[in-house]
Design a protein around this ligand. Structure first.
Ligand code: IPM
Ligand code: MN
Length: 360
């Protein structure tokens, strides 16, 4: 298969983790005889520095003409410390999601057997937890009107959802649940918010098209607690933009490190693959960032194009690296970003050297 992949390393640790992902994808191309072409372009603070724009025109063009986008990380403390800054790196990612119509953000979370002891949560609570969060990505409070009053004594953010916006992600979620344990949990705040009531009504109506899938509901505050108390109860969590953002960071604790969590953002035309973690500026350039979240995002890219064997080869390599502790310090290993990438690259090229059978 020929794939043109737009590479947007972004800020902080973005470039170093992205280098590892490209390397692993190149190994996949070599072993399975594909042709992947990579082209890079700046975004976020890197985009502001080069062009004054967190989403330079050329970057957006590149994404639109590519088959898929691989995204690193975004954000720079320089801007965080200046709340009054009008141009912010994050705007680049938010605009990119909107421009590409990436309305569904898919975030799988599972407890790796060999990392059970590593999570701050009790191993017996998280063992065998395996869920996916479907986060709405191009609407809600992230994209509502906002304002700051002239005297700067009040500020407003608004949250709006349309039935259509809810329906399109709910359909994807139900279809995905059909291939999993057939359970969808809608997380909302329907005891308070009108948008949440619209979500409930819409998703309840749609559920009738998927009689084999169980639908239940949780208020977001309770969901935050249940995720820690009993994560095994979840199969697929469907939720709006901001709740999904918050809950997925929380859920990363189950996996042992946010440095392991990958995501796919999809719409009707384009797709983008990015780790859920941020730019981790304190670690930038030190070689300590975990490249696995980005590499597993690359595996999601492969899956998206139905390259199932290829995706599995990457996942197997990652699982083995975790088991053998060829990993970075966030999950208890002593390796650098690059050496983890090197190991995964060699495993993808020559998996026969290791037996991964008893890992699953
Ligand atoms: C994420 C990030 C982004 C978000 C930020 C960088 C705008 O936290 O992808 O989860 O809030 O969506
Ligand atoms: Mn986030």
């Amino acid at each position: 298969m020929k794939l043109n992949i737009a590479v947007l390393p972004g800020d902080g640790i973005g470039p170093e983790i992205m280098q590892q992902s490209v390397k692993v994808l190149e190994a996949v191309a070599e072993r399975f005889q594909h042709e992947f072409r990579f082209e890079s372009s700046p975004v976020g603070a890197a985009g502001i520095e080069e062009t004054g724009d967190p989403l330079p025109e050329a970057t957006l063009e590149l994404c639109k003409k590519s088959d898929a986008v691989l995204f690193g990380a975004i954000g720079d403390p320089k801007y965080d410390n200046h709340p009054e800054a009008k141009i912010r790196p994050e705007q680049g990612l938010l605009r990119l999601r909107k421009e590409l119509g990436l309305f569904a953000n898919i975030r799988p979370i599972k407890a790796y057997k060999s990392l059970l002891e590593h999570s701050p949560l009790r191993p017996e609570r998280i063992e065998a937890a395996d869920m996916v969060i479907y986060r709405e990505l191009t609407s809600g409070i992230y994209y509502g009107e906002r304002s700051l009053s002239e005297d700067e004594k009040s500020a407003t953010d608004t949250c709006t959802y349309t039935v259509e916006e809810i329906e399109r992600i709910a359909h994807l979620a139900f279809k995905s649940a059909q291939k999993r344990r057939k359970k969808v949990t809608l997380v909302d705040k329907a005891n308070v918010l009108e948008t949440s009531r619209l979500w409930r009504k819409t998703v309840t109506r749609l559920a009738k098209d998927y009689p084999d899938v169980d639908l239940d509901f949780l208020f977001v505050d309770n969901a935050a607690m249940q995720l820690i108390l009993n994560p095994r109860q979840f199969d697929l969590i469907l939720t709006e933009n901001m709740f999904g953002d918050i809950l997925s960071d929380e859920a990363s604790i189950i996996g042992g490190s946010i440095g392991l969590l990958a995501s796919a953002s999809v719409g009707t035309t384009y797709s983008l693959f990015e780790p859920i973690h941020g730019s981790y500026p304190q670690a930038a350039g030190k070689g300590i960032a975990n490249p696995v979240a980005s590499i597993l995002s690359a595996a999601m890219l492969l899956e998206h194009f139905n390259l199932t064997k290829e995706a599995q080869a990457v996942i197997d390599a990652v699982e083995l690296s975790i088991k053998l502790q060829i990993s970075t310090s966030d999950i208890g290993g002593g390796h650098t970003t690059k050496s983890v990438g090197d190991f995964l690259e060699s495993l993808v090229l020559e998996p026969g050297n290791f037996n991964n059978e008893n890992l699953r």
